[in-house]
Design a protein around this ligand. Structure first.
Ligand code: UN1
Length: 511
């Protein structure tokens, strides 16, 4: 571990504010980052104070003036080099993600790969920040729209993808000519600090001004509502719970700022009679217990046709049994399920199990804490498989833990109604070999989620697609497709190269 920390430039005590390559001598509270793996401290961070925020903000404002004028493909070149720097440190950063957040090492590596992928994507995008040209209704007039840099982007990320979500946002924002102020989860500050250490040389070597990539590790009491209320920040991208997102976006909306919201999910997989059950069960188990159920895309409900219900339940029970033998230290090669992020998260999991039983649910597997007897802390749980009904209050909620609710259906219309019958609308999937069913699921009367898949699960989206969801998920889209447009200021231009001044709509206004 020492070696990994050394490679990533993590000291026993680290400053919690950076303007790119330079660290500020922060003066805020000490934040000890404790690993959920064994409850041991990894290293400490001297958090940022309001004074540090002011300094960072000043740098960001100055840097935007310079950065926005750099040609977009040149900004892309910086991002290309960031991607390469991440490639070099993939194993170390993946390890630290695993250690600080608790996801298994394979997923830690996957998270860094997601950062690398979005770098590649953003490099290409830097040459494709294209607008449209339109034909004017007036003679010798030309119309087009264009995209300009927007300004400072505030970025609030969650513990569960401590670095990938930064990359999705920051790499696109950077090629778009914006500067970023990143406030990571205070549960995972070290991965953020390591990320800034990784990009520092690239920034220096390319004379990127300090203030383009900024980092502030700070508690919400120091940097919370005041951060999102700051009018100098035209756009916020926020990943977190629906409750937090509603509150913060309310503050941003009141000042007519923009926000990209990535909030809770309550994702379901429909298993139709014709489904390849092996594939369906495999993907549902990965979706439900992977990352210990702490992805916003985690599979939380499986909606199974009555004709295959017993078979699927049997297969799930067997799969859960074999997974349960591989719970433990996420850094060990054969582990499949690591710890939850905190003891609070374990309590939330256990309370959800109590609640679902009270509502009439039937626990088929797990639902208890795991291997906690001989420890003075308890971060591990036995993933739960629970027969339940969609309308149960607890099923309607997103519990950020490995609980899979099993629900039976009769008709495809009913299955789609169950899929959509929750407040959230992030990800969804159907396993079927029947074209009619899959097309119905993807139609205007089908899944109401931002992501709808056929014969693959709800989690593990590629970066090339737009990522986000509807309803209580917040409506934001980030990462691939044309999400970059959210990070830019759109402008429509009309140019008159005639010697006349015809008015639109043929209006006559002679004097
Ligand atoms: C999240 O959980 O906040 O689709 C993001 C996935 C990942 C990203 C999840 N690529 O599961």
């Amino acid at each position: 571990m020492e070696n990994v920390l050394q490679v990533l430039g993590i000291e026993p005590m680290n400053y919690g504010a950076s303007t790119g390559a330079q660290w500020l001598k922060t003066t805020g509270k000490e934040n000890i980052s404790v690993s959920p793996v064994d409850n041991k401290p990894i290293a400490s961070v001297q958090s940022a104070s309001i004074d540090d925020y002011k300094k960072v903000m000043k740098k960001a404002e100055e840097a935007f003036e310079i950065w926005r004028e750099m040609p977009a493909p040149k900004r892309g070149e910086v991002v290309r080099q960031i991607g390469n720097a991440l490639r070099e440190k993939k194993e170390s950063l993946g390890y630290l993600v695993s250690l600080e957040m608790g996801k298994i090492y394979q997923e830690g590596l996957g998270e860094v790969q997601e950062m690398i992928d979005i770098c590649d994507f953003a490099v290409g995008q830097s040459r494709m920040l294209n607008g449209f040209t339109m034909h004017s209704e007036r003679k010798q007039h030309r119309m087009y729209d264009q995209y300009q840099p927007l300004g400072i982007v505030g970025l609030i990320t969650s513990f569960n993808f401590p670095v990938a979500v930064w990359a999705w946002n920051a790499m696109l924002a950077a090629v778009c000519g914006d500067v970023v102020i990143w406030k990571p989860s205070s549960k995972t500050p070290l991965t953020a600090i390591a990320t800034h250490n990784i990009i520092a040389d690239v920034l220096k070597n390319n004379d990127v001004p300090e203030g383009v990539f900024n980092l502030l590790v700070a508690g919400s009491s120091v940097l919370g509502d005041n951060f999102v209320a700051d009018k100098r920040i035209p756009l916020f991208s926020i990943t977190g719970s629906t409750k937090v997102g509603k509150r913060l976006s309310g503050i941003i909306g009141a000042r007519l700022g923009r926000s990209i919201l990535e909030l809770g999910g309550n994702n379901a997989v429909i298993v139709a009679p014709s489904a390849n059950l092996e594939m369906a069960v495999k993907s549902v188990v990965f979706g439900a217990v992977g990352t210990a159920g702490q992805r916003c895309t985690s599979t939380r409900r499986i909606i199974v046709h009555e004709s295959v219900y017993d078979q699927v339940v049997e297969k799930l029970k067997m799969a859960y049994k074999s997974v349960s033998e591989r719970i433990g230290n996420p850094l060990k090669n054969d582990t499949l399920v690591g710890p939850l992020i905190s003891e609070d998260a374990v309590h939330t999991f256990l309370n959800a199990i109590i609640k679902v039983k009270e509502e009439g649910g039937n626990v088929l597997f797990g639902g208890t804490s795991y291997n906690c007897e001989n420890r003075d802390f308890c971060h591990y749980v036995l993933p739960a498989l629970v027969e339940a009904e969609n309308q149960f209050e607890i099923v309607q909620e997103e519990t950020f833990a490995p609980i899979l609710y099993v629900i039976k259906y009769k008709t495809i219309e009913e299955a789609i109604a169950i899929n959509n019958g929750v407040p959230q609308g992030l990800s969804s999937a159907i396993f079927t070999e029947n074209l009619r069913e899959s097309e119905l699921f993807l139609s205007e009367t089908g899944s109401d989620c931002g992501i709808a898949n056929v014969n693959i699960g709800t989690s593990g989206a590629e970066i090339g697609g737009a990522f986000g969801g509807e309803k209580d998920t917040g409506g934001g889209r980030e990462s691939g497709s044309d999400s970059w447009k959210s990070y830019m200021r759109r402008q429509t231009n009309t140019i008159n190269y005639s010697t006349d001044l015809p008015l639109a709509q043929g209006i006559q206004f002679g004097f």
